[in-house]
Design a protein around this ligand. Sequence first.
Ligand code: SAM
Length: 258
Amino acid sequence: MGKNKNLSLRSKGKRRYDRQHTHGRLREHGEQEEGEVSSTARRRIDVPVAMWDFDHCDPRRCSGKKLARLGLIRELKIGTRFRGVVVSPKAVTVVSPGDRDIIAKDGLAVVECSWARIDDVPFSKIASPNERLLPYLLAANPTNYGRPWRLNCVEALSAAFYLTGFDAHANTLMGEFGWGEAFWNINRSYLERYRTCRSSEEVVAMQDNIISELEQARREKEMNTGSTDDFLTSNPNHAAWTVETEEDEEEEEEEEQG
Ligand SMILES: C[S@@+](CC[C@H](N)C(=O)[O-])C[C@H]1O[C@@H](n2cnc3c(N)ncnc32)[C@H](O)[C@@H]1O
């Protein structure tokens, strides 16, 4: 699927506005600068949280590396297997509340790499028995604000924790990011609906309902205003994970990464 420069949530100005707005608001409530000793870093997450890091990203912009600096995530060697749930764009099964026991026992992991270089990742070397896709959710990080499915590491981990009922772990991770509140704001209604499901099949059915409703709302808006928003880009189920233009890469260079 091609890129859609009209994606309304994702205009550069809007992203800048949200970033400034969110940062400003959270700072008032004691949000910390990166590098400061964090109180949540001292709070324990009592299940393993891990990542394979392919070192594609600028350490200052990378959410996985930030979690590592804060002591909230452990790095795995390439080739090491992880028995818990691995959120991965190459998975075929969607995460659901039914995965709670696996996470409680063996934890949650993520693959830290660049979306632009996803095809360079040797996914066969980090295979896990419990790989999972995330259902339709929107990124709120400054790099991919408004894009469905294209979450960064902290968004992916927090969403999987929340969806499986580990609310405190989700908040501990996301609480370290100034734009974290925006992620909950734009995804809360979807996440609450996914949490009512029991199985992966039910989450997929719920996702299909949500997408149908959004399509319907878009059609109505289009009829009323002539606007053509597209909320369906980068859908892993439509095999479109790798599309990233040079222009995007330049934009990403300019942006602070989540
Ligand atoms: C491609 S990396 C990009 C990380 C980014 N550089 C950062 O600063 O966090 C994001 C990782 O989060 C997980 N992830 C993000 N969106 C996902 C989705 N829709 N389904 C499954 N996993 C996802 C995957 O492990 C993916 O490799």
